[in-house]
Design a protein around this ligand. Structure first.
Ligand code: PMP
Length: 432
């Protein structure tokens, strides 16, 4: 069709102009022109349900964010070497969301960046300065960023990326395959990794994990499951760095921060994606005693990080999350979504497991329920078929077979019906 030809021409032009390092979703890419709430529209006026969403948690073009950014942009936007009241107010509002740890200081300082990559990069440097150690423990499918340092702790980038010699990989806890022993196995692996780093003369600076293990295939685990691993890294003289780029800002429903479902004992917390609902803003928050050693040695400056316009967006996000109790909504709607997807699992043999916390849900497709063998090929076909039914999502996990379902926290009941109906039809069609 004419529309197909337009898409093809645009895809070619993009490759010519932007070069070959990028990867677009779908063999026939989606060309979006507008968004509102949980929905986006393509150039042909077709409406989609955005279930991949891990940035615009309040929904696309949320009026509170649009208005706040517009207002501040008309007043002032500067680099970040001047005083600005709104930045302090936001820092106060953000820091009170940090849990009280079992012992020691609370996370009490926050520094601003533009991307999650920068925040994790800084977090590793802070952890190294605080501990005097070099080693970092991450999960086998982790993604933590696009800088040189964070790419070295991001095996999700594939075989082309060189994992740093200061890195030790541990498999994320997978209760579906490991049963109740998953958390204990994870602790044992962290202990062994820390010992190995010690033996190599590097020591362990940090256990750096995304507590929902998004790129490891969405592994929320039972609440509290990570406490043992956090205690283990502390005992080994390292810090626990919680990468909240994915699970942060109320998405998991049970707590404002993903890690806080498991433990109050984060030393460093990094944030990004949903923080500004689409405006680039990210943060690295740390306990004051942890930040001190870094601050003594290095000044820090980030031209755009936490500028007044980004902060206006971030403040609007935080205010809206609170005013509309979107954490409560994530818990309630997430519960309903899990229930419906489990119902779907009862009708379709290919659904091996459905798991989630709040509105962060993974649906695992398998070739055989007894062996739990990942069905990567089916998962890819499901993603393509869902797109035909107007639902945008993607896959994750070591087997590439886990559908990642992350709708806006403002997802409507009718959107759940759309998603579950489309999945039901897709699985039926692919079985035929
Ligand atoms: N950490 C995690 C867990 C992420 O998912 C991502 C982005 N996918 C990042 C860090 C990097 O964030 P950014 O793309 O904003 O640099």
């Amino acid at each position: 069709t004419a529309a197909d030809e337009r898409t093809l021409a645009m895809t070619r032009r993009r490759a010519e102009l932007l070069g070959p390092a990028y990867r677009l979703f779908y063999s026939h890419p989606v060309h979006l022109v507008r968004g509102e709430g949980s929905h986006v529209w393509d150039a042909d006026g077709r409406r989609y349900l955005d279930v991949y969403n891990n940035v615009v948690s309040l929904g696309h073009c949320h009026p509170a964010v649009v208005e706040a950014v517009h207002r501040q942009m008309q007043v002032l936007n500067t680099h970040t070497r001047y005083l600005h009241e709104a930045i302090l107010r936001y820092a106060e509002d953000l820091l009170v969301t940090m849990p009280t740890p079992s012992e020691g200081q609370r996370v009490g300082h926050v520094m601003f960046q533009c991307t999650g990559s920068e925040s994790n990069d800084l977090a590793i440097r802070v952890a190294r300065a605080a501990t005097g150690h070099q080693g970092v423990i991450v999960t086998t499918e982790a993604y933590h960023g696009a800088t040189d340092l964070t790419a070295q702790v991001s095996p999700a980038l594939g075989s082309g990326v060189v994992i740093g010699d200061f890195v030790r990989l541990v498999a994320a806890p997978d209760p579906y395959r490991e049963g109740e022993g998953a958390a204990a196995r994870f602790v044992a692996d962290v202990v062994a990794a820390a010992a190995d780093l010690d033996a190599a003369g590097l020591g362990v600076a940090a256990l750096l994990v995304d507590s929902i293990f998004s790129s490891d295939g969405v592994q929320p685990g039972p609440a509290g499951a990570l406490q043992g691993a956090v205690d283990a890294v502390h005992a080994a003289g390292g810090l626990f760095v919680a990468d909240e780029v994915q699970p942060g800002f109320a998405r998991t429903g049970e707590a404002f921060w993903g890690f806080a479902r498991h433990t109050p004992d984060a030393d460093v917390v990094t944030t990004g994606k949903p923080m500004g609902n689409g405006i680039p803003v990210a943060g690295m928050a740390a306990r004051p005693d942890v930040l001190a050693a870094f601050a003594e040695r290095f000044p820090y400056f980030n031209t755009f990080g936490g500028n007044p316009v980004s902060i206006a967006a971030a403040q609007a996000v935080l205010d809206t999350l609170r005013a509309e109790d979107l954490q409560g909504r994530a818990l309630k709607l997430g519960g309903r979504l899990l229930e419906e997807l489990r119902g779907l699992g009862a009708r379709h043999e290919a659904v091996g497991d459905v798991r989630g916390a709040g509105l962060f849900v993974g649906l695992e497709l398998v070739t055989d329920r007894a062996t739990r063998t990942p069905d990567r090929a089916l998962a890819l076909r499901v993603v393509d078929e869902l797109r035909e039914r107007g639902v945008l999502t993607s896959v994750a996990g070591p087997g590439g077979n886990v559908l990642k379902l992350r709708p806006a926290l403002t997802f409507a009941e009718a959107d759940i019906d759309w998603l579950v109906g489309a999945l039901d039809d897709t699985l039926t069609a692919l079985r035929a």
